[in-house]
Ligand binder design. Structure first.
Ligand code: MSP
Length: 653
């Protein structure tokens, strides 16, 4: 397709604060956007994938001063680290914006002036609370129960100064409709908290200038005022396309954006402030805002300030960027947090990549090599099990398309790996090693191996956007050329030539020695994590219960179940009501964990259910079972999340 005929597609990550080195939490959004961008390119879109850095503010000014360099010199070094990480992770961004770029500064000044001219920005006096680490202003009512920042829970300072304000109220109704009546927000379940917390109580005017530090974009018509970081940062999505500057000229082509992807802590800015700014400028609104949870480490958001970061460069060096990309994408369900653990990561790499896909490729190629010298004969004989495998492989692209449209990357991967498992099962069902011993079964054997090779072709074509450095190696081994691995052909079975020639190669995902690696990783990474330390946490295990027999234990029926829906029980501070898929028709359970979990932390997660507990009513709501949770040192309950690949209804023994 010629470039002019392609449909444009614009996807963005947030622009990252270069206040320290990036960690695996930052990688999630970028890898997810990269996978979508690659998928859209494969589908034939003309993609613009934007990322960048948010170079502004007191925090960076202070860090630079500590190091005795200018803020720009400080961020120049960190930007190099970000760019090198994106290279390691195979991130195919098309444009990188730095908010210290001249063109961006010019455009932001134009935007600020324009909003002022239109009467949406006015001068007033700011009195309130300010959180320096988050660079956010808060009203008294928004602070947490300790009077601290509602986002990072650190202390806020009193701030009083002359400042400019952005009138938000004219846009309240339109924003509420955008959140509740359109599919702007993904997942839409998040709309309720935004509407109830910010819009219904009355959208407050936003303080959009500061005078207490210098490192930011100056307001042109009032010396000493610097444009508020979020007005500056959000504008990047349009300045990077050339909005009100001469640097680029593709604003008309790519705007409105197809997807802005962000984590939940910055959803409010993208769901309320950004649409308000665009409405005030009379610009079209982006099509989707995809909001994901955090990668957590021992239950806390992974972040530099908490000192619990996992270094993606170390992980990529040990296991390859593709394994890390796969792991973080597979673990994160849109709408829920994903807890990072070295053990889960290694087990996932071993089970899905080494045993699942890797084994499928190496067994198939090895058999084609052994029984046919590498080139399949053209004679064929259909047999039992073929139609099921072919049907599943042929239907895969359509399923993945739908899930990619909904930004459900974990589910897209799950669908692809179902076909991988199906193909491995097909090997067991058809037993090619038995066919190989019988000269009269050669045509049947050729059919079996062809079906496997063509299934691998479909699977690897669809996986290429998630694991772009490994799939070309698979194609080489299965004898697939470039025309075979197009999007169009991923929807068809029987594309490889009948006499395809395979080429044995290296193992694509080597198995990892779990115990050895966990020790090594804990030495390297675990040392970073104060939360990993167990010696000093003061935890006293509860006294051991009375001894029981195995028969007593057998009376307790523990099952894996998926949280499909979850909401707070009205009139209760402690209870959550969960709708579960227990593999047996579903059920409702009430659990006293609302102090520690928000509904969105659980939706999409598999948990362990005590399935044969007598039903009770809690606060008038029926509960059919109990969710298993463990005591934590600080007296909280930590829900037990089993291996997320286990099927609903799996019994624990
Ligand atoms: N500069 C702002 C974004 C401006 S966008 C117009 C910012 N930067 S940040 O570097 O602090 O965070 C960038 C993104 O990384 C945010 O979406 C943030 O939530 C995400 N993450 C940071 N730590 C994370 C995890 N541990 N897990 C998942 N995402 C995390 O906010």
């Amino acid at each position: 397709m010629c470039k002019e005929c392609k449909k444009p597609y614009y996807i963005t990550t947030p622009i990252y604060y270069p206040s320290g080195n990036p960690h695996i939490g930052h990688c999630y959004t970028t890898v997810a956007c990269d996978s979508i961008a690659r998928y859209r390119r494969m589908q034939g879109y003309d993609v613009m994938f934007l990322t960048g850095t948010d170079e502004h503010g007191l925090k960076i000014e202070q860090k630079a001063a500590e190091k005795g360099v200018t803020p720009k010199e400080y961020v120049d070094e960190i930007v190099k680290v970000f760019k090198s990480l994106w290279k390691t992770m195979n991130i195919s961004y098309d444009r990188y914006i730095r908010t210290t770029d001249d063109y961006h500064i010019k455009s932001v000044q134009w935007i600020f002036n324009e909003l002022y001219k239109r009467g949406y920005i006015y001068k007033g006096e700011y009195t309130g609370k300010y959180c320096t680490p988050c660079e956010s202003f808060w009203t008294e009512s928004q602070l947490d129960e300790n009077g601290c920042c509602p986002e990072c829970h650190r202390e806020v300072t009193e701030a009083k100064e002359e400042a400019y304000f952005f009138k938000m109220s004219p846009f309240a109704d339109r924003i509420e409709k955008l959140l509740t009546e359109t599919d702007y927000l993904q997942p839409k379940t998040r709309a309720t908290e935004l509407v109830n917390n910010f819009i219904r109580p009355g959208l407050e005017d936003l303080c959009v200038s500061r005078t207490t530090f210098k490192w930011g974009i100056p307001v042109t018509f009032d010396e000493g005022h610097v444009v508020y970081v979020w007005i500056d940062a959000l504008s990047n999505y349009i300045t990077a396309l050339g909005y009100q500057n001469d640097q680029y000229d593709d604003f008309n082509k790519f705007w409105p954006a197809d997807v802005h992807m962000v984590a939940k802590d910055i959803m409010r800015f993208h769901a309320i402030i950004w649409p308000a700014m665009l409405m005030a400028l009379e610009l079209p609104l982006p099509k989707h805002l995809a909001v994901h949870g955090w990668i957590t480490f021992n239950g806390q958001k992974m972040s530099k300030s908490l000192g619990n970061v996992v270094d993606p460069v170390i992980l990529s060096e040990r296991y390859g960027a593709d394994s890390i990309r796969y792991h973080i994408l597979r673990e994160m369900a849109l709408g829920a947090d994903s807890s990072f653990s070295n053990e889960i990561m290694i087990n996932r790499i071993n089970s899905d990549l080494a045993n699942g896909l890797g084994n499928l490729v190496s067994r198939t190629v090895a058999m084609a090599d052994k029984y046919f010298g590498g080139t399949l004969p053209e004679e064929r004989e259909e047999g039992e099990f073929d139609s099921e495998l072919i049907a599943e492989a042929s239907a895969l692209r359509e399923k993945v398309d739908g899930l990619m449209d909904k930004t459900q990357l974990n589910n897209a991967l799950a669908e692809i790996f179902k076909v991988v498992s199906r193909a491995n099962k097909y090997i067991d069902e058809t037993a090619p090693w038995v066919l190989g011993k019988d000269e009269s079964k050669k045509a049947r054997l050729a059919s079996v191996l062809y079906n496997l090779l063509d299934t691998i072709r479909i699977v690897s074509t669809l996986l290429n956007c998630f694991m772009p450095s490994t799939m070309p190696k698979v194609w080489e081994q299965i004898g697939a050329g470039d025309p075979d691995v197009t999007y169009e052909n991923a929807g068809k079975f029987g594309v490889l030539p009948a006499n395809v020639t395979v080429k044995r190669g290296d193992i694509i995902f080597p198995r990892i020695d779990v115990d050895k690696e966990i020790d090594e990783l804990n030495k390297i990474i675990g040392d970073n994590s104060p939360a990993e330390e167990t010696e000093d946490d003061g935890f006293k295990p509860a006294p051991l219960a009375d001894e029981i027999t195995i028969d007593d234990f057998a009376k307790i029926d523990l099952r894996v179940a998926l949280v499909k829906e979850c909401e707070k029980v009205k009139k209760s501070k402690k209870l959550l009501c969960l709708q579960l898929d227990d593999g047996m028709g579903g059920r409702q359970v009430v659990s006293g964990i609302a102090q520690w979990y928000k509904p969105e932390d659980l939706i999409g997660k598999k948990i362990v259910l005590v399935a044969n507990l007598k039903p009770v009513k809690l606060c008038g709501v029926e509960s059919n079972g109990m969710i298993c949770a463990a005591d934590t040192p600080d007296g909280a309950a930590s829900v037990v999340f089993p291996d997320q690949t286990l099927p609903c209804g799996a019994k624990l023994r």
